[in-house]
Design a protein around this ligand. Structure first.
Ligand SMILES: NC(=O)c1ccc[n+]([C@@H]2O[C@H](COP(=O)([O-])OP(=O)(O)OC[C@H]3O[C@@H](n4cnc5c(N)ncnc54)[C@H](OP(=O)(O)O)[C@@H]3O)[C@@H](O)[C@H]2O)c1
Length: 282
């Protein structure tokens, strides 16, 4: 079975549209984009489009590449104070000279739509989240939509980043999976992954998860988004996941494609987080 992120994301957005019709406040999301990173520009554009689709006001604040950490913090502080603003998102990666952690910690936790502030991360790991990070939440929503049972299953998360791997493991644990977290120092990765009923790949290495590593019948979720050269396309590249889709789909019972999988969910859950924070503050 193909787990279609387009179908689930569209259902999530429709559901939110209905909820927003009953909500007394016009929601407002502020997105900060520093510099001209092409992938970041395209992510921000897709977030703007999605806001428009469900009726959330979005404001993109474009800042010069040369901005200092202090100046960027000032912009965030003024958004923290602005009553109209329900959610603040700083598009990463930031230029190297900016202290990213300091920036993320400047966002008021009650407007932290990405769930990157240590306060929200702490709540997540205590099992008391207000919001959940968008990509791992998107994965859980795909599993929920397709009725895939998580409780009691063995799950392997490959990758331990703060934005995907660690929170993904926390959400699976909260859903009562028995979770193994793999990373670049894991010995016998293939052996670890082969034990799992649910595999979530978040590594950033094209097609590194192959058919032989997957237990027959496992559920495979591919978070990876990697550009590989392809001179036959207009752009000269195409996107592939961390999973070798063609090989793995032959043994998995269900799999997400790239593109058309988790990526679309990330944006849908960002919209939901904007609503959740607004509701909590109202
Ligand atoms: N679909 C979406 O919306 C979405 C959102 C965010 C990210 N992504 C994509 O997801 C992927 C991961 O993103 P990220 O931000 O989590 O990346 P990241 O910060 O670079 O983390 C990669 C993780 O993979 C681990 N790793 C690297 N090589 C490995 C190997 N050979 N075996 C096992 N583990 C290995 C690293 O281990 P160490 O910790 O030991 O270095 C690290 O924990 C990227 O392709 C990214 O584009 C997609």
């Amino acid at each position: 079975m193909i787990l279609d992120g387009k179908v689930v994301a569209s259902a999530r957005k429709e559901e939110l549209k209905k909820v927003l019709q009953e909500f007394p406040k016009q929601l407002h999301l502020a997105v900060i984009l520093v510099g001209n990173h092409p992938a970041s520009r395209s992510y921000v554009a897709s977030k703007e489009r999605a806001c428009h689709e469900v009726g959330i006001d979005s404001q993109v604040i474009r800042l010069d590449e040369g901005i200092t950490t202090g100046e960027l913090k000032e912009v965030i502080i003024s958004l923290n104070r602005d009553e109209r603003v329900d959610g603040i998102l700083v598009q990463t990666p930031l230029p190297d000279h900016i202290n990213e952690q300091e920036i993320l910690e400047t966002i008021d936790p009650s407007k932290d739509v990405d769930c990157f502030h240590p306060y929200n991360v702490g709540r997540l790991f205590l099992g008391q989240p207000i919001v959940q990070p968008c990509t791992p939440k998107g994965v859980m929503e795909i599993l929920r939509y397709y009725g895939i049972e998580v409780s009691g299953k063995k799950a392997a998360v490959i990758g331990r980043s703060n934005i995907v791997g660690k929170p993904m493991a926390a959400l699976l644990l909260q859903a009562n999976a028995t979770v193994t977290i793999c990373h670049s120092r894991t010995q016998n990765l293939a052996e670890e992954v082969k034990q799992a009923d649910i595999v979530v790949a978040a590594v950033g290495k094209p097609r590194m998860i192959t058919q032989e590593m997957i237990k027959p019948g496992a559920i495979v979720i591919d978070v990876g988004i990697n550009r590989v050269d392809d001179p036959t396309t207009d752009k000269g590249y195409r996107l592939v996941g961390d999973v070798d889709f063609e090989g793995v789909k032959e043994v998995a019972s269900a799999i997400t494609p790239v593109p058309g999988g988790v990526g679309l969910m990330t944006v849908a859950e960002l919209l939901w987080n904007t609503y959740t924070l607004a509701r909590c503050r109202s």
